[in-house]
Design a binder for this molecule. Structure first.
Ligand code: OSB
Ligand code: MG
Length: 373
């Protein structure tokens, strides 16, 4: 039985070590919402809401999520008894349309709390099997191909197993070709457009088809599955959908229409772990490999991504880089570290496997709201 009686929301501001630019904008400080929940047995769990400051990835933002959680989600779940965390997402879906990032933060905290109560790791509770995860690095849009080449070379030297280059019109084929020429064909490279193109740009992708890339991530509109199918027909390189896959139904449409051949699963984007597992299982059944994306999470969201990426069909390195790639100092102890291009899944520790540095958290909090039954 799982009955929540307290939800606390925290907003913290964490400056990124370097600004991160995607086709729709630049971020230099992350405004992050953390969620702490308690149940009637006194157990606690943590979650992170991945919604960014501006609605330039999906319609959600940290502010819409804060409103959604305080006004609609908390009143629905506080005091209600669930037989387990897997019942939370369907219940929220029945009652609230959209707002998946807000929903996910509570849902994932409930899974974490459940793992804590059972004194098993979150990865184990999710039925994860991989104990070391190949690690990828997502590199933002740079001023010139030369600057990008330097960044890629550094990432290769640091041991990353997959390198993702953000692209936009004006910083695409020439940039990626320059990188490919500089590092050779062996380095696993991919690109992510975050919706910057339309079907009129098919020729740019046809040129890029010759650069030996692992995949083209989300070239077209954030909510499209139809046009991606048309684009995929012209290309050998697999399309990977990120923004468009908001639930298992979208993954089904992707397979049915041929809109892509790989899925980036971000648990925060799809409403949490229950939805992520449904997408994972569906994709595995249809021979669609998946990997775990990132949203520049703190150590809490990262812990949840690590646990999810331990599932069997996460066969492609994720955007789950170590803490030091993002932050001067993370908010968890121990920080997330990479050895040999791999992150170790903390199967031997209860819950998410890291602890909040509560003194540090206290110093970073700019907004806090406690919701009780
Ligand atoms: O599209 O995958 C994306 C960051 C913010 C918003 C969207 C995306 C990203 C990343 C960062 O690529 C990946 C990471 O967390 O390292
Ligand atoms: Mg993406």
């Amino acid at each position: 039985m799982l009955t929540l009686n307290q939800i606390t929301l925290y907003e913290i501001h964490l400056p990124l070590i370097e600004p991160f630019t995607i086709s729709s904008g630049t971020q230099d400080t992350r405004r992050i919402m953390l969620v702490e929940i308690r149940d009637t047995d006194g157990a606690a769990g943590w979650g992170e809401c991945v919604a960014p400051e501006y609605p330039n990835y999906s319609p959600e933002t940290i502010d819409t999520s804060w409103l959604t959680l305080t006004k609609w989600v908390a009143p629905l779940v506080l005091g209600k008894s669930f037989s387990g965390p897997e019942e939370i997402f369907p219940y929220l879906q029945q009652n609230i349309r959209g707002h998946l990032m807000a929903k996910a933060s509570i849902e994932m905290a409930a899974w974490e709390l459940t793992a804590q109560k059972q004194t098993i790791s979150l990865a184990k509770l999710l039925n994860g099997t991989r104990d070391r995860l190949e690690t990828g690095r997502s590199i933002g849009i740079q001023k010139s191909p030369d600057v990008l080449i330097q960044k890629v070379k550094q990432a290769v030297d640091e041991g990353y197993r997959k390198i993702k280059l953000k692209i936009k019109p004006g910083a695409d084929y020439e940039f990626v070709r320059a990188v490919r020429n500089a590092v050779g064909m062996q380095v696993p490279l991919m690109v992510d457009a975050n919706n910057a193109y339309t079907l009129d740009d098919v020729n740019m992708f046809i040129k890029m088809d010759d650069l030996g890339l692992l995949m083209f991530e989300q070239p077209l509109a954030w909510d499209d599955v139809v046009r991606h199918a048309e684009l995929q027909k012209h290309l050998r390189t697999p399309i990977c959908l990120d923004e468009s896959i908001t639930g298992v139904e979208k993954a089904e449409e992707m397979v049915k229409f041929g809109s892509g051949r790989i899925v980036n699963i971000k648990p925060g984007r799809v409403g949490g772990f229950t939805s992520s597992i449904a997408i994972h299982d569906f994709c595995m059944k249809h021979n669609v490999p998946v990997w775990c994306g990132g949203m520049l999470e703190s150590g809490v969201g990262r812990a949840h991504n690590v646990a999810l990426a331990s599932l069997q069909n996460f066969t492609i390195p994720g955007d789950i880089s170590p803490s030091s790639r993002y932050w001067e100092k993370d908010i968890v102890v121990p920080e997330w570290e990479m050895q040999n291009g791999m992150i170790t899944v903390p199967f031997d520790k209860p819950g998410m496997g890291v602890e909040i540095d509560s003194d540090r958290l206290e110093g970073l909090v700019v907004r806090k709201e406690e919701l009780q039954r």
